[in-house]
Design a protein around this ligand. Structure first.
Ligand code: C5P
Length: 234
């Protein structure tokens, strides 16, 4: 990795939530001096596929492949092998897929792949959870899934900013906490309901900060990253 990628920029993962390969590569090119990890999610991966991931990796950056896998253990394990092969650095899976699915995924991963568990989607509230048959109180359910993930050997968790502190306190220190839903002071929350500033999330115990629109939607993404880094240094 490039030696200029130091903390705090090394903590930032830029979410490439754009629909096409050229838009994604333009952002990677613009930000490559500051940012070392880019997140490719379902929209971009479905549109532009593994070739785009290879192109991003070819610039020297790392890729967080946010596919939120949830299937039978064998299928998930084979997908993890494909991600190993592709050379991505982080991959997500749903912890609600259960212990056997996670253990199969953990057994299939190579050492350089961080497997990150998703607990309860932040779009779910207590009523939505109940509709799926889960009666447990939401924050308890998050903790229960997080513990199951840690026991099953996942490397880390995707956590909402407001869950970070509790998860950091309750889970082993080596569990990485990757936190989206962040808004630098003075920026639009848009559809994110319960946001936090990047600085507060780091203080609460986040290891990585996932930031999309405050950077990718800024008229000058480089300036947006510089400002966030200034805030983090303070
Ligand atoms: O643009 P914004 O900063 O809101 O992007 C946040 C990114 O993190 C998006 O890619 C979104 O899908 C992802 N994410 C999230 N909340 C979660 C899990 C993932 O916002 N609970």
């Amino acid at each position: 990795m490039n030696s200029q990628w130091k903390a705090p920029a090394g903590k930032i993962i830029v979410a490439l939530d754009v629909p096409t390969r050229p838009e994604a590569l333009r952002l990677v090119e613009q930000l490559s001096a500051q940012i070392s990890i880019f997140k490719v999610g379902l929209q971009l991966f479905t549109a532009a596929g593994p070739d785009l991931v290879r192109a991003i990796l070819g610039t020297g950056a790392r890729v967080f492949l946010d596919l939120k896998l949830h299937d039978i253990p064998n299928t998930v394990a084979r997908a993890v092998e494909a991600a190993n092969e592709l050379g991505v650095h982080m991959l997500t899976l749903h912890l609600s897929g259960g212990r056997a699915m996670m253990e199969a995924a953990v057994a299939a991963r190579n050492d350089s792949l961080l497997l990150l568990g998703v607990t309860v989607l932040t779009s779910m509230d207590q009523a939505a959870l109940r509709e799926t048959g889960v009666e447990t109180e939401l924050s308890q359910h998050v903790l229960k899934l997080a513990r199951l993930g840690a026991e099953s050997g996942v490397t880390g968790l995707v956590a909402s900013p407001h869950e970070v502190k509790v998860l950091r306190d309750k889970l082993a220190a080596q569990i990485k906490l990757v936190v989206p839903g962040l808004r630098p002071a003075g920026t639009e929350a848009a559809d994110q309901k319960r946001v936090m500033t990047p600085g507060d999330a780091l203080q609460a115990g986040a290891d990585y900060l996932v930031i999309g629109r405050p950077i990718t939607g800024h008229r000058d993404p480089v300036e947006a990253v510089t400002r966030i880094c200034d805030e983090l240094s303070r």
